[in-house]
Design a binder for this molecule. Structure first.
Ligand code: 5RP
Length: 229
């Protein structure tokens, strides 16, 4: 089974948790896009859901494939969000934001009664941090914000480069008009402490640590899909 087939397997398994009439948060990334394609097939056969996309990119794909959408302001309480992740551990702590949509992803997941993560086995780690931690920051004072992040990280014994994510000739801009700093901390033994410290820095809009948000993950491997709860 190649990487794409595993993403499809995870998406298929998660689709079983989507019920007719649900208000559904729809994630961002290549795994979430496989989910959107399968969801669109169900919608075409008469299944009724209303989706709230976590990015402009996901919104475009949903519209192209005929998945009905509303904004989160129109539908502020959701039944379920299905989204990918860059890393997850056995306690369902996640790193997200590789696709740059972490702020909307976190807002949508927080507005949902449940969040199911779809991923392949390569994303499961013992300790978070091999993937660079995305931190969304306001462009105003970004250098001061980066210094503040370095200081709190050092207090927690975390070092490593923190760089502004690039796109083409300039910086990557999120859907909300912010920058992403990618922090190469390596292993993050106390993700809760780091999350709390980052939340307290004014220039940090949001960070990619999703803790206590996912209720289940569907992990696809060569032998099929397994559930992590
Ligand atoms: C986007 C995300 C994605 O869910 C994450 O990057 C996983 O993407 P993929 O399924 O392409 O590996 O957090 O902000």
């Amino acid at each position: 089974m190649d990487a794409r087939q595993m993403k499809i397997k995870a998406a298929e398994a998660a689709l079983e948790y989507v019920e007719n009439g649900m208000r559904l948060g729809i994630g961002t990334g290549s795994t979430a896009e496989e989910f959107v394609r399968l969801l669109a097939e169900k919608v075409a056969s008469g299944f009724k859901i209303t989706g709230v996309p976590t990015s402009e990119r996901t919104a475009r794909l949903c519209l192209e494939l005929g998945v009905p959408l509303k904004s989160l302001d129109e539908l502020p309480e959701l039944d379920l969000t299905i989204d990918g992740a860059d890393e997850l551990d056995e306690k369902l702590r996640l790193i997200k934001g590789g696709g740059g949509a972490l702020l909307r992803e976190k807002i949508v997941a927080s507005a949902s009664a449940r969040m199911i993560v779809i991923a392949d086995e390569s994303k499961v780690v013992d300790v978070l941090g091999a993937f660079k931690l995305p931190i969304e920051v306001n462009p105003f004072g970004q250098v001061a914000t980066r210094l503040a992040i370095e200081k709190v990280a050092a207090r927690l014994g975390l070092t490593g480069d923190i760089v502004v994510r690039a796109a083409g000739d300039g910086p990557f801009m999120t859907d909300g008009g912010h920058l992403i700093l990618d922090a190469s901390f390596g292993r993050i033994p106390d993700a809760e402490a780091l999350a709390a410290e980052l939340n307290a820095i004014p220039g940090v809009v949001e960070h990619g640590l999703f803790i206590g948000m996912a209720s289940m993950a569907v992990i696809a491997g060569p032998q099929g899909a397994r559930k992590l709860t």
